[in-house]
Design a protein around this ligand. Structure first.
Ligand SMILES: *[C@@H]1O[C@H](CO)[C@@H](O)[C@H](O)[C@H]1NC(C)=O
Length: 402
């Protein structure tokens, strides 16, 4: 027994030793330090990072770009594929810090971008977007006098990508963006930005397919996870959100033009919201833009002091000035809420405010139990329905208005 225990302990130690080897084995390794990157947080390491990537990407066998411990000042950097192998890893042990101030992204909206790569793993590391100065500008002049800012990590036009164990702090704009990509898994990612930092969405998914998010812990000033138009087959599971604006599908219908905006087949499962302004939200602008949201399951969710735990808002207009207040051209159907529990910090815990011209249909509530918690008192919550059709089953509190 003691022998077995000793063996086991040895194995565990060996395993740990392998995990913390200074450089990953088994692949050609391109250490950014050897390209002249400096971990002092002061010297600009953009070029060494790009050169290490170029060599790794050219390698016919699996290749790893390795970022050792330390702080690396990196400006706007786009790591472009396609690469020779379909197994390129970007393994970060240290921290990447963005340049000071703002505007250095040349209005590209992006800081670190992977573009047109097939078979990529981005693992570990911290990205510090240093968004503080831009947030201060936006807080002082909210009406668009400041630049938009840069999203910290963007996976663009890529396929078969894993982002694993990344920590993203203080992005100027969105922390992680999946854009026009397929087969992307984002797991064990943590996001940290203040509750009052503007537009700092945790994970934003746009025009993508087969994207999964697992085990995310997100504290930020905007949506924890936002699902833009053109997405299908999304799986979002085990997300802790707060502070933040919740998990949102939308907003849709802001852009004008003929293209239909669609979101289809989304599962959001096992989520926890703490002190967020919304929980599970679908939002569209009151505009004639056509489109649909169809086939969404929100399951197993815990709310703690959330302003709007369950909400469909088809008259979304955050900054006012939506003069027309047209009826939304986006049709929302087949949306299911299963096993949602906890407390709302406003009396209306369930709100379906749907389009007059395209009423919501097939909205289903099953086992929902939400109370209204006002300071220390627990009171009854309410439901509110406008242009919404559907059904309720199991125990549903507050009583359904569908
Ligand atoms: C819905 O998406 C999931 C992945 O999230 C996928 O496994 C499933 O096949 C999709 N369903 C349809 C009907 O496409």
């Amino acid at each position: 027994m003691a022998m077995a225990k000793a063996m086991l302990s040895l194995l565990v130690h060996l395993h740990a030793a392998l995990l913390f080897l200074p450089e990953p084995a088994g692949a050609a390794v391109y250490n950014v330090a050897r390209y002249g990157a400096s971990g002092d947080g002061a010297a600009d390491s953009t070029r060494p990072f790009l050169r290490a990537w170029a060599d790794a990407c050219r390698s016919p066998r699996p290749a790893t770009v390795y970022v050792p411990p330390g702080k690396y000042l990196v400006g706007r950097a786009t790591f472009v594929g396609p690469c020779s192998s379909r197994a390129v890893t970007f393994s970060i042990t240290g921290t990447l810090v963005a340049p000071a101030g703002y505007g250095w992204d040349g209005a590209s909206g992006q800081w670190i971008t992977f573009e047109s790569v097939v078979g990529l793993t981005v693992s570990g590391g911290t990205l510090d977007g240093r968004g503080e100065t831009l947030w201060a500008c936006k807080q002082k002049q909210p009406r668009g006098h400041c630049p938009t800012g840069a999203s910290s990590l963007t996976i663009s036009n890529s396929r078969d990508v894993v982002v694993d164990g990344l920590k993203s702090v203080s992005s100027e704009l969105f922390h992680v963006v999946v854009l026009q990509s397929r087969g992307v898994t984002v797991r064990r990612v943590t996001v940290d930005a203040p509750a009052d930092s503007p537009n700092t969405d945790g994970i934003h998914i746009h025009k993508s397919m087969n994207v999964a998010v697992y085990d995310a812990a997100i504290r930020t000033g905007d949506d924890c996870v936002s699902v833009g138009p053109g997405n299908s087959n999304l799986w979002i599971e085990r997300v802790a959100c707060g502070p933040g604006h919740g998990i949102s599908i939308g907003s849709l219908g802001k852009q004008q033009g003929m293209a239909v905006e669609a979101v289809q087949n989304v599962t959001v499962k096992t989520t926890r919201f703490t002190g967020t302004t919304n929980g599970l939200r679908i939002k569209t602008w009151g505009s004639s833009k056509r489109g649909f949201v169809r086939g969404v399951t929100f399951a197993d969710s815990t709310m703690s002091g959330v302003d709007n735990p369950i909400i469909i808002d088809q008259h979304y207009c955050p900054d006012g000035g939506c003069a027309a207040r047209q009826s939304s051209g986006i049709k929302i159907s087949e949306v299911e809420y299963v096993n949602v529990r906890g407390s709302s910090s406003t009396p209306v815990a369930v709100s379906f405010d749907c389009s007059r011209s395209n009423p919501c249909s097939g909205i289903r509530l099953r086992d929902v139990r939400l109370t209204y918690q006002k300071s220390l008192q627990v009171a009854k919550a309410m439901s509110s329905c406008r242009n919404a059709e559907g059904s309720a089953s199991g125990l549903v509190v507050p009583p359904s208005c569908l």
